[in-house]
Design a protein around this ligand. Sequence first.
Ligand code: MG
Length: 356
Amino acid sequence: MELLTIGAFARASRLSQKALRIYDELGLLPPARVDPLSGYRLYAPDQLDRARLVAWLRRLGMPLARIRQVCDLDAAAAAEDVRAYWAQVEADTTARRNLAVFLADHLSRKDTQMSGEAPSFGIRYAMRTDRGLVRESNQDSGYAGARLLAVADGFGAGGEPVSAAAIDALTPLDAAIPAGDLLNALSDAVHRAETAVGEHLAADPAHQGSGTTLTALVWSGSQLGLVHVGDSRVYLLRGGELFRITHDHTVVQSLIDEGKLTEEEAQSHPQRSILLRALHGATVEPDLELREARPGDRYLLCSDGLYNVVPMETLHRVLSEVDDPEQAVRTLVELVNSGGAPDNVTCVVADLVPAS
Ligand code: MG
């Protein structure tokens, strides 16, 4: 077999000679032979396939260390690894896009805050949490205050203390926060929750593998900050319509997003509770969002114990018909219990009312 010079191989593989030298040094694509006298690198024609794969993977932006890993796999495993890599890139891009939208919002509203038009609202609220009819303990935690509403759904042996620790870490947000500080306050609070969960898990080895979801709303003047990790949800009743405003961080939601599963199929999917993001001791990327608060808005925060049992049309009906938040959360929990209550359930209902 005739060997190719580095120049010929570079042309054939569409990689530069400089790149080929670097890939040699990294052990990614060593030449078939190095001339002992001249030091020239010589390549075999059957190395072209690998070289072209390297070139394509570089175009994807894959780091060299990972490319080496992919090149050493058989075709099926390599395909799987490329898919996994790209799913991660897309998830990171989504997180960065959300952060960009959040920051742009944050900065533009900082401007209006400065011009002084910051109407304030009061909140009428109620929270109810229930063990349900099947589980031995209630691993959900909830909080409802004048400026903070939160739900956490713990899982694993330590689910109960971990969800409580996450909510505890948020409670300093139930205070007057200048609108311009909302972003940093939310981010600090999630970090505190993350640390609290991590410390709890480190202190109790029996609780390894436990974690919690965390979904919260914080008010500051006419702004509403939303922080969300996991599959608890926020719904908004506005103008008579009910909207879901959080995106579940679950395997089934990503299958829905990819068009591989319908919402209906997802409801009975055996893996519907597998989370892609949760507070479980490692750093987590929460969804952060700023929203406009409007008088007349009604918010529902809930754990999956509610929406897995009570269909959206029924949520819509109860939230539209039952005026008193306390009565509304009681009705929702009763509906869950009459539906068999296979999981813990937590609901927070809050109405935005003009400040008196
Ligand atoms: Mg649950």
